[in-house]
Design a protein around this ligand. Structure first.
Ligand SMILES: [Zn+2]
Length: 479
């Protein structure tokens, strides 16, 4: 193999200098995605997909454990069907991609490429739900959806993205409300306990809720640059869609009732959160619980007798305990160190002739850069422990950052000042009027992220208009 005269991985732009460029550099150099041929589309490369697959597998398990079944619906929606629920079509119309031709023939009716699948599920439910015995319907699908976005960025906003969308139908409004809350908790569990991303749970304002929903619940996370990212949403529809699509069932008394529905989605956008919450100037940092490779063995002076044999032996010994790999290529160890730091692999295991002599390895953790010597005899115990410490530390660090970057404000002067100098989440009281919400957005570019479940009373009056305040809202500049 030809050795390139390049011992070190290309450096990424420092995040302090240009955060957007840092993000683009990491996405590219960690080999997560490439750009698709149609503007705004992306190719998720093997390493990016392996991380997403681990996230997806965990979430899929949680979805099934909560009683849901996976299904697969078509990618196409007839225009007439999309238009059945007025708010819904209005919300999505600007981003819909239309199929107008089949081969050379113009279609009689335009067909939408699904931007989301509520109407398809509604149409199905209207045919398959007849009696209270048919309820609840707890469906989920993993799918690609298309939303024609004007400005796009890998993972954060793309014209086509991969996600799961849950669609459920229930006998009562209370059951649907409980489902909406339950699935938000599932998302929060995934974010906090697997991705090590702390989230605020709350309800969207009327302005920010999903088109056609009664209300929308959300998890909001803070990125390293002080901007927020909506990371998963769960919608309560009440009987609005059921009325538009005539989805009824006969209750136990033989009376016809509308069903009550929910939908909830989490997408590859969460990969953007992962990058921007944990990444640093050396590249990506992947939390151990979702890392495709948790530990990478790097042989030192591998041309020396016995080193590679011992390294492979170590891999075989560890492979049933952690997700371990080995790089026995002829690249320099320094290149390998940089490469796997760039890819965010949680722990590096160094093994050279001196280590073999002393029956030890060196463990280097990605999150802090700290190194420790571990006796081979203790490795099977120490390595999983260390991975757990890395996982915890990533969460604690992110939580500390999020908390430090959450500021309570009571006047618009403070609001603007904090937003411009510090950024992050702003807690402020709100009167509940759309006018104030819009004015704050116009004047500051911050949007209401949610009305957090954990409410506080900072003052009696709305931060914007001074009228009596109804609730505390979390504001932030957002992706
Ligand atoms: Zn107000």
């Amino acid at each position: 193999m030809a050795k390139k005269n390049k011992n070190f991985v290309e450096k990424v732009t420092a995040m302090e200098d240009d955060f957007a460029q840092w993000y683009t550099d990491v996405v590219k150099q960690a080999e997560l995605v490439d750009y698709g041929q149609v503007k705004g589309t992306m190719i998720i490369r093997p390493y990016g997909y392996a991380i997403w697959e681990n996230i997806k597998d965990e979430l899929n398990k949680m979805i099934k454990d909560t009683g849901h079944s996976n299904v697969q619906f078509p990618i196409f929606i007839p225009e007439s069907l999309l238009q059945k629920e007025a708010d819904h079509v209005e919300g999505f119309a600007p981003e819909v991609a239309w199929v107008t031709h089949g081969g050379d023939n113009e279609l009689e009716e335009r067909i939408a490429v699904r931007p989301t699948s509520e109407v398809l599920f509604c149409e199905y439910y209207s045919k398959h739900i007849h009696s209270y015995r048919d309820l609840p319907k707890l469906y989920n699908q993993w799918a690609n959806v298309v939303r024609w976005e004007k400005t796009t960025r890998p993972f954060l906003r793309s014209s086509e993205f991969h996600w799961q969308e849950g669609h459920t139908a229930h006998a009562t409004d209370e059951e649907a409300a409980a489902e909406t809350a339950k699935m938000l908790d599932v998302y929060a569990d995934l974010a906090e306990n697997y991705l090590a991303i702390p989230v605020y749970k709350g309800k969207k304002t009327e302005k920010e809720k999903f088109a056609g929903a009664n209300y929308t619940l959300t998890i909001e996370a803070l990125m390293h640059d002080g901007k927020a990212l909506q990371s998963g949403t769960s919608h309560h529809f009440g009987s609005g869609f059921a009325e538009a699509f005539d989805i009824t069932y006969l209750d136990k008394d033989g009376k016809s009732q509308f069903v009550h529905q929910t939908s909830w989605g989490l997408s590859t956008r969460i990969m953007g959160a992962l990058i921007m919450v944990h990444g640093d100037n050396r590249g990506l940092v992947v939390p151990p619980r979702i890392a495709p490779t948790q530990a990478m063995i790097i042989p030192i002076a591998q041309h020396k007798e016995g080193v590679l044999d011992k390294a492979y032996e170590l891999r075989d010994q560890l492979k049933n305990i952690v997700r371990v790999d080995i790089d026995a290529s002829d690249k320099m160890p320094g290149w390998k160190f940089n490469e796997y730091e760039m890819k965010g692999i949680p722990v590096r295991i160094e093994l050279g002739p001196k280590d073999i002599e002393k029956n030890q390895v060196v463990l280097a953790r990605r999150d802090t850069g700290e190194k420790e010597f571990v006796a081979l005899a203790d490795l099977e115990k120490r390595l999983p422990e260390l991975l757990e410490e890395v996982q915890q530390n990533l969460y604690n660090k992110a939580l500390q950052h999020r908390n430090e970057m959450t500021t309570s404000v009571t006047t618009m002067e403070e609001f603007t000042e904090v937003l411009e100098t510090k950024g992050g989440f702003l807690k402020a009281m709100w009167c509940g009027d759309l006018e104030c919400e819009e004015k704050i957005k116009e004047d500051t570019t911050a949007t209401s992220r949610c009305i957090p479940f954990e409410q506080e009373k900072l003052s009696d009056s709305c931060v914007c208009c001074g009228k009596p305040a109804k609730e505390l809202v979390l504001w932030a500049k957002a992706y």
